[in-house]
Structures are given as structure tokens and as C-alpha cells.
Design a protein around this ligand. Structure first.
Ligand SMILES: Cc1cc2nc3c(=O)[nH]c(=O)nc-3n(C[C@H](O)[C@H](O)[C@H](O)COP(=O)(O)OP(=O)(O)OC[C@H]3O[C@@H](n4cnc5c(N)ncnc54)[C@H](O)[C@@H]3O)c2cc1C
Length: 399
């Protein structure tokens, strides 16, 4: 390889990097090579996970394989995970997925883009909720959850379980509806379902009328709504803050997860919650050769707005800005839609969505959500156009 070739490193394969790889396949930038580090063989569209649990989608419908994508884009893929970053040295450390506890290898970059999502800090979780790491199913990593769910169904068919979803947000609500529907689909009679929301606000950011409608749907499906803190998890029961025990065979953790721990001490500026602070152009506030997008990031101008960090919305901006950096073109700002108009599914065929002053509930809202999700996945599967290399103007980073 030419010694002057520069190295663009992508960490994680969420929506923004999948989108970027497709663009790169069509329009690579001469003088640059690209490496992707990501641990799983697929990109999984998380918004389809409740539909998968409910039995509406297959795993394949919610996932896009990375192997064909990197092949078309002529990108090197290290199936592994980043475990360290030193921006001062322009270097990351990673371990291979096959040897996660092995000695980390080092990789140098000229330009870095991070889309590593969020993760579970197992030590912190175990401190807050002893037993959680031994007995509970976590939604993260999502690929592991997808693999484990069929085993839950298998066990449920032998003995109807008590399932408890723990979490205060929309994802937790969607998951308990999906689990309930799944048991009906597979003919498991006598299963019981609860949603344990913690002591704080239930469904933060969700309009009161939508919340009321969700509550009515929970009642209609005989799902218990428990506003209490889960303080420990055992093999047959949860311990609640009120000292009460709640029978539980399948605890599902759907709480907020954390920014990747390896961002700490990386040299990047972080928010108080450990997310990498970015400019509206998705660039780290600390380095012009680092982009960060999605759940690992927080906008410096609106650090508490998690919607502003949505990688699906920011994917066009990120792809444009990476290429623009290589080509020495001006960067674009990402303008979060701020619509908050996410449709919340209550199992297949039924959703509740608030738009402005309006609320739509039932089959139409679900149809709209399903159509959007399917369209996103289809856009990743459409055949790519032939590459049209275009020589970029030299930029500072291009050397
Ligand atoms: C069940 C569920 C339903 C949801 N539904 C919706 C919805 O309807 N609408 C919505 O807006 N949001 C929804 N969300 C939230 C949504 O998942 C996130 O906002 C979004 O997926 C975050 O995207 P991301 O690109 O930051 O991370 P991800 O999509 O999680 O991608 C992160 C990537 O990084 C990889 N990775 C992780 N760690 C490392 C590492 N150390 N090194 C290298 N690679 C790594 C992962 O394997 C993955 O490829 C949902 C979340 C869940 C769990």
C-alpha cells in the first residue's frame, strides 16, 4: 500500500456507519483506506426488536449482514471491539470478538468516527441490583438478546413464566407488550407480565394523553404496572424497594444504558453522563479528526436532549461530514427534528403515536411505524450503484 494512504477508522456499525459504508461503496475517496471495527456479524435495527419478540419479524428481517457491505465498500472489517482510545496518539485498542479477553491490539488512525452505541456497565449494574448480571436478560448487546429470545420461548412452552420488564422508558413498555403477545402467539397460557418502572417519572418525554392510553392498553392485556425500584434479582423473584418480592422467572432489563466506558480517559471531552461531546457537525468538541454519533455522543449545545443524538436522524450529516473532511469541503450542521413523534407499539398491529396536538392509536399508527422501519431496512439492502471515484481537493487531514 502507498505510504501516503491515510486511514479512516469506523468504530461500530449502527445506522450512520452502515449508511456511510453504502455511500463509500458508491463514492470512495482516493488516498484513503477504511477499517471498520465492530463485534457482531450484523447491524440490527433496534426499533424492530419489539416486533421480533412479538413474533412478527424474523431475526433476518431486523438485521443487515456486514460481510457483503464491507466487501462492496472495499473496507477492512475487524470483527472485534474497541476497548481503549488515546486521541493524543491517534490510536485505538481493540480485542477480537473470538478472544474478548485477549491482549488488546493497537491501530492508528488519521480520522476516526465513533458509533459504538451504549453499553451496560456490569459492575455498576450489579452494585445497584445484585443478581442482575446472573439472572436477568439484558436488551444490550441487542444481538445477544436476539439469539437468546428463542430459548426463552422454548422454556416458556414447558412452563408458563412470570415475565417482568424493568425500565421506565418507551422501550420497556414496548417490550412488555411484545412479550405478552409472543406468549399468546406460541399458545403459552397462564404466563404473567409486569412492568417495573422504578421510582422516577414513568415514560419521560411522553405526552400525558399518550401515557394514559398506554396505561389503558396495559390494563386491557392484564399487564401489571408497578412503580417501584427493583433492588435485587434472584432466580425466582425480584426484590422491590418496598421490601416486597415479585415472582419472576424471566427478568428483562430495559433500562437506560451507559456511554462506552472506554471513552473515559480517551482525551475526548465528555458530558456529565460520560457521552462524547460534539458540535452540531457531529465532530468531537476536542478534536477535528474525531466524529461521534448516536448514543455514545451528546451535543454540546443540548447535552440533555437524547433525541439530538439519534444516529438514524444524524446519519446523512455524518456521512456527508466525513467525506467533506477528506475532500476539504465545508461541513453541514445536523438539525435534530425534535418531533418526538415516535409511534409506540403495543404489540403487532397496534401502536400509539402523538403528532403535535393529535394522537393516533391503533392499526394505522402501527402500519406507519412498520412501513418506516421496513423502508429503512430496504434502503440498506437495495443494490448499490457502481463506484464513481472523484479526486478530492487536498485538505489539511488529507496531508
Ligand atoms: C428495543 C429497542 C427499541 C428501540 N426503538 C427505537 C425506536 O423505535 N426509535 C428510536 O428512535 N430509537 C429506538 N431505540 C433506541 C435506538 O436503539 C438507539 O437510539 C439507536 O439504535 C442508537 O444507535 P447507535 O448507532 O448509537 O447505536 P447502535 O445502533 O447500538 O450501534 C452501535 C454499534 O456499535 C457496535 N459496538 C458496540 N460496542 C462496540 C465496541 N466496543 N467496539 C466496536 N463496536 C461496538 C455494536 O455492535 C453496533 O454495531 C430503541 C432501542 C431499543 C433497545
Amino acid at each position: 500500500m502507498d505510504k501516503t494512504t491515510r486511514h479512516l477508522l469506523l468504530i461500530g456499525a449502527g445506522h450512520a456507519h452502515v449508511h456511510f459504508l453504502r455511500q463509500w461503496a458508491e463514492k470512495p475517496c482516493p488516498g484513503w483506506r477504511v477499517t471498520l471495527i465492530s463485534p457482531y456479524a450484523h447491524h440490527t435495527h433496534s426499533a424492530m426488536l419489539p416486533g421480533y419478540v412479538a413474533g412478527h419479524y424474523t431475526a433476518a428481517a431486523c438485521q443487515v449482514g456486514l460481510a457483503p457491505l464491507v466487501k462492496e465498500a472495499k473496507v477492512d472489517w475487524i470483527q472485534g471491539q474497541c476497548v481503549g482510545l488515546q486521541t493524543v496518539k491517534n490510536q485505538v485498542e481493540y480485542t477480537l470478538a473470538t478472544r474478548p479477553d485477549g491482549v488488546p491490539s493497537k491501530l492508528h488512525f488519521d480520522l476516526l468516527s465513533i458509533e459504538a452505541g451504549s453499553s451496560i456497565d456490569r459492575r455498576r449494574l450489579e452494585g445497584q441490583m445484585p443478581g442482575a448480571t446472573s439472572y436477568a436478560l439484558s436488551l444490550r448487546p441487542i444481538e445477544v438478546f436476539v439469539d437468546l429470545w428463542p430459548k426463552v420461548i422454548e422454556l416458556a412452552r414447558q412452563k408458563p413464566p412470570s415475565m417482568v420488564v424493568i425500565g421506565s422508558g418507551v422501550v420497556a413498555a414496548e417490550m412488555v407488550f411484545a412479550a405478552e403477545q409472543s406468549m399468546r402467539l406460541y399458545g403459552v397460557n397462564g404466563a404473567r407480565f409486569s412492568l417495573v418502572t422504578g421510582p422516577g417519572e414513568w415514560l419521560p418525554g411522553v405526552r400525558e394523553d399518550v401515557r394514559q392510553r398506554l396505561m389503558a392498553q396495559l390494563r386491557a392485556r392484564h399487564i401489571s404496572l408497578i412503580h417501584a425500584t427493583c433492588t435485587a434479582i434472584g432466580d425466582e423473584a425480584l426484590e422491590l424497594g418496598s421490601q416486597a418480592a415479585l415472582t419472576c422467572d424471566v427478568p428483562i432489563l430495559a433500562m437506560d444504558s451507559q456511554a462506552p466506558l472506554w471513552l473515559q480517559n480517551s482525551g475526548l471531552a465528555l458530558s456529565s453522563n460520560g457521552h462524547a461531546l460534539t458540535t452540531p457537525q457531529q465532530r468531537s468538541t476536542d478534536g477535528e479528526n474525531v466524529f461521534v454519533v448516536g448514543e455514545a455522543s451528546a451535543r454540546q449545545d443540548q447535552p440533555d436532549n437524547r433525541e439530538a443524538a439519534n444516529s438514524l436522524e444524524a446519519r446523512e450529516t455524518l456521512a456527508h461530514n466525513i467525506w467533506a473532511t477528506l475532500a476539504g469541503h465545508p461541513l453541514k450542521k445536523h438539525a435534530p427534528s425534535g418531533s418526538g413523534s415516535r409511534a409506540i407499539s403495543c404489540g403487532t398491529g397496534y401502536a400509539i403515536a402523538g403528532w403535535g396536538r393529535w394522537t393516533i392509536e391503533g392499526g394505522l399508527a402501527w402500519w406507519w411505524k412498520n412501513r418506516q422501519d421496513q423502508a429503512i431496512m430496504q434502503s440498506y439492502r437495495n443494490p448499490m450503484r457502481q463506484p464513481k471515484p472523484k479526486a478530492p481537493k487536498p485538505s489539511r487531514l488529507a496531508g
